[in-house]
Design a protein around this ligand. Structure first.
Ligand code: GSH
Length: 201
């Protein structure tokens, strides 16, 4: 398999952590990809022009981190990151969708801040950051989902939080007091070897 990646992408990291946790990492060749370069060829594999994009051994492209991770989870015989039991499955997928949405909203904040001052739209930053805060409120009130077996939802949350802490540190000042259950969980989760091996260099 080949993984088109860009350094620093929290969604690529989610796929890589999943590959490590499922024992599949050694089967994945990494292809550096510049999604901003139209000559890169990424659009042939993924018309959306996004990473992560995975090319399976039969040459077929898979896109979207959630789909790629679900596919990888079907390729190994160990403990599943997407549980089979219906309620546990729903909880893991709910957490994954929320965490992915939170990360996309945080990226929108960073992109808005990168625009020239005359094009910067404060409302857009506030609106997107409110989604991040509401997500952390929801997860902190359902912190039981963070306990127990490792799930794809936890991986998505850990990678997203790590990205926000690195790229938008001012936004998360004092977050440990506001979302104590999530913060305590994150402190332990970020020590996992798969997270330590994939952090920003
Ligand atoms: N929902 C997608 C999000 C992927 C995504 O936004 N990737 C970013 C890098 S972090 C990207 O490729 N951006 C390039 C673009 O949108 O043109 C997923 O889960 O894979």
């Amino acid at each position: 398999m080949k993984l088109r990646f860009a350094a620093g992408s929290p969604f690529v990291r989610k796929v890589t952590v999943t590959a490590i946790e499922t024992g599949l990492d050694g089967r994945i060749e990494r292809v550096p990809t510049d999604f901003a370069d139209p000559t890169d060829g990424l659009a042939r594999d993924n018309p959306l022009g996004r990473v992560p994009t995975l090319i399976t051994d039969d040459g077929k492209p898979m896109i979207e981190s959630s789909v790629i991770c679900a596919w990888l989870d079907g390729q190994h015989d160990g403990a599943k990151l997407i549980p089979k039991q219906p309620e546990a499955r729903r909880n893991a997928l709910w957490l994954e969708a929320l965490a992915d949405g939170m990360t996309e909203s945080a990226i929108a904040v960073q992109r808005e801040r990168a625009r020239p001052a005359e094009k910067y739209w404060e409302d857009w930053e506030s609106r997107n950051w409110a989604k991040v805060e509401r997500t952390l409120d929801a997860i902190d009130s359902n912190a039981a989902l963070l306990n127990g077996e490792l799930t794809i939802g936890q991986i998505a949350l850990g990678c997203g939080l790590d990205w926000i802490l690195l790229r938008l540190p001012d936004k998360l000042e004092g977050w440990e007091e506001r979302w104590p259950a999530v913060a305590a969980w994150y402190q332990a989760f970020s020590q996992r070897p798969s997270m330590q091996a994939t952090g920003p260099k």
